[in-house]
Ligand binder design. Sequence first.
Ligand SMILES: C[S@@+](CC[C@H](N)C(=O)[O-])C[C@H]1O[C@@H](n2cnc3c(N)ncnc32)[C@H](O)[C@@H]1O
Length: 207
Amino acid sequence: MSIENAYNSWAKQYDNNENKTRDLDKKATISTLSNYKFNTVIELGCGTGKNTLWLLKNAQKIIGLDFSQEMLNKAKEKINTANVVFKKADLTKPWDIENDFADLVTSSLTLEHIKNLDVIFKQTSQKLKPNGLFFISELHPFKQYSGSKARFESENGTVELEVYTHHISEYLKSAKKYNFKLIEINEWFDQPSESEIPRLISFIFKK
Ligand SMILES: C[S@@+](CC[C@H](N)C(=O)[O-])C[C@H]1O[C@@H](n2cnc3c(N)ncnc32)[C@H](O)[C@@H]1O
């Protein structure tokens, strides 16, 4: 099943099924971005708008991009304001957004579905204002090495989505190629004891 179709199927239960990764991402996103100011935001792979709702408390204008119409429909059920525009778009193609639009580009749990990170860093650099921020929150590569990947239960059994492992060095190389500076890197654990493999990794890069 294509990634797009898998998310179209997942959409009806995405917000409600048990999903530690989704829940920890929300915590990581809010906890990290609460320390920054931004008005204009592009959300890559906005999905059902889980993080858009929080971003809207802090931003004047948000553009959410996603290629799953069903995920976008869920987002539109939650959020109906002129301040947020949801656009159906494939992130691996050119984004129909003016250059220097955003103070902040965010991407949560989406880059594991994108093979070539350069495509994302290049366009993020174009769409960010000078000194703009790029926030990434992803399944930690250690989790990926141990076999974790996006999956959900359907009527026909477990659906495992197509994913690409991204080593930490890949993020840093792509960031360097497009002249981003690393501002923050954090690892997020299920348990406060930090005795297990971290579930998520997050970065803040500055243009
Ligand atoms: C795990 S969901 C994350 C949704 C949301 N960011 C969150 O944290 O809840 C991944 C999202 O990325 C989208 N996505 C994956 N690959 C994409 C691509 N090439 N272009 C656009 N959207 C994509 C999927 O449709 C899905 O909505």
